[in-house]
Ligand binder design. Sequence first.
Ligand code: AMP
Length: 612
Amino acid sequence: MSNETRDVVIGIDLGTTNSLAAIVGKDGPRVLTDSQGAALIPSVVSFLDGGEVIVGAEARALSISNPERTVHSVKRLMGRGMADLAGEVDRLPYTVVESDNSKLVRIAIGDKSITPQEISALILGRVREQAEAALGCTVEKAVITVPAYFDDAQRQATRDAAKIAGLTALRIVNEPTAAALAYGLDTSREGNVVVYDLGGGTFDVSVLKITQGVFKVVATAGDTHLGGDDFDRTIMEEIFALITGGDNRPGKVPAEALQQVRLSAEAMKKELSSAENAMLEIDVGGEQPLHYELDRARFEAMIAPSVELTLKCCRAALADAGLQAGDVDEVVLVGGSTRIPMVRRRCAELFDREPHTELDPDRVVALGAAIQADVLAGGNKDLLLLDVIPLALGIETVGGGFAKLVTRNSTVPCRATEMFSTSVDNQTGIDVNVFQGEREMVADCRHLGSFKLSGVPPMPAGLPRVEVTFLVDADGVLTVTAREQRSGQEASIDVVPSHGLTRDEVRSMVKESIVHAHEDFANRELVELRNKANNLVYGTTRVLDMPEMPFTDEQRTDLNADIQNLKKLVGGDDIEALKAACDAFGEKTQALADNVIGEAIKAELSKGMTQA
Ligand code: AMP
């Protein structure tokens, strides 16, 4: 049995072709293997006629003899409806059907049907068994990776699969993020990372931006039907042409030779990653075994169009991210097909830097998931993980007040939006200062970052409508965006609220807010009163300055005296006197507005009252 006392949380790479688990042990992250030392479990489930269910390598072996009842690539179906899967379903040897009671698809096995989540659960169950055997203890919690482009439904389907398998998915992590974590790239504070993932059947490229050590996926591109299988196919076609003397129509190749050719083609491809030449002798029933040779240069020429397609996707992703190849700081290669020297070379050329290949490209994602799992298990005490927002997030308002947009304990990901305006006429730039904390004044909170929304057309105070949005994504990155609605001007900032914040600090900040609640409330009230008084002064002065306003000299003198008095009280901290003066002045100007001046002043005054 394991002598580890803390929670066991494993990282799982639930792949389209293969799945595997990893954990962080005393010597760092390692994959969990079976008794033979194999880590990869083929993501294949086969349903035998007698009701027996087979998962993994044995199931993959059945995909030739039992294709309709052997489910592979189920990841492509997770959280998808028939409408999402145009073209996809026809490529699969098993039958995909629409569900009666939900939009999501099911897989028909004989006269029954089963959901993709249940199939994935069977795979996860097998991964879990292998992990438990390797660790010698039960495993109930995991971090599971998904492609960066997975939407909410696909992520939820993955969580559901874990649940069916008796696992709690503590976190769903993006595969490229996990890969970058495995290489420890989170230790650099800022930078751009490209993760190039070329597997058996799919290609994905993701551009990640590191902000204060946390990754944010800024662009993704790829091809869901491009990978090592295509390279195998080009070799197979040459071999078929040899077997059939150039006539490689379906049916011309003996069925028994098909599978053998497929396996031989893949073996030759792999050999060419380390050798310059590969050779094949294959018995196709003739007098002589068939002899086929391929050298690396010719193989490279055969796969060049596919490799160029992946580079095209990389350029598209860079353009989406607003980056040039030269802006990329690190390139990470993931997926078995990145062992091909030409793939490495072309990546290095495109990004003008050597990509990371030190780790096994089939294991990188699982290792990264394990690192994330370790943090969740409490292995890394220094890191604070954002499952919930530990302290409120908001912006500074006039007078140093703290407007909280996201409240403490909101679960991530989350979003909040509020409208603000200006307090000074013709303000063309608005400073947005982002803070975190539980207190009422920004002076008592943590400053997270600032940015300026510029290019706002000159307008009277209170007229611009600035929509401020706070978005915290699943990785804990906070994006604050300010958008002036009339002009469409927009600016934003990314920050990581948890950066440098420890659990103890959070506790003490919450405690302080309780201890200081009374005085904070008074301070806040004073700030709000001052703002109100300033607005009254501002609005009334504007109206007094309008020559068309029919004030008597007496009224002008009286109002000016009140204005001077309010200005004096705003400078002090006598809340009661300021409150009384504001109320009295408010009533007086209101009466004037109603009786003397009418709508014009009312509009001016009400404008002044809604400022941030
Ligand atoms: P993955 O989906 O990431 O497991 O990648 C599997 C793909 O990588 C398959 O197409 C394998 O044939 C391919 N692959 C594995 N090892 C090598 C290698 N040494 N050279 C070329 N391709 C490889």
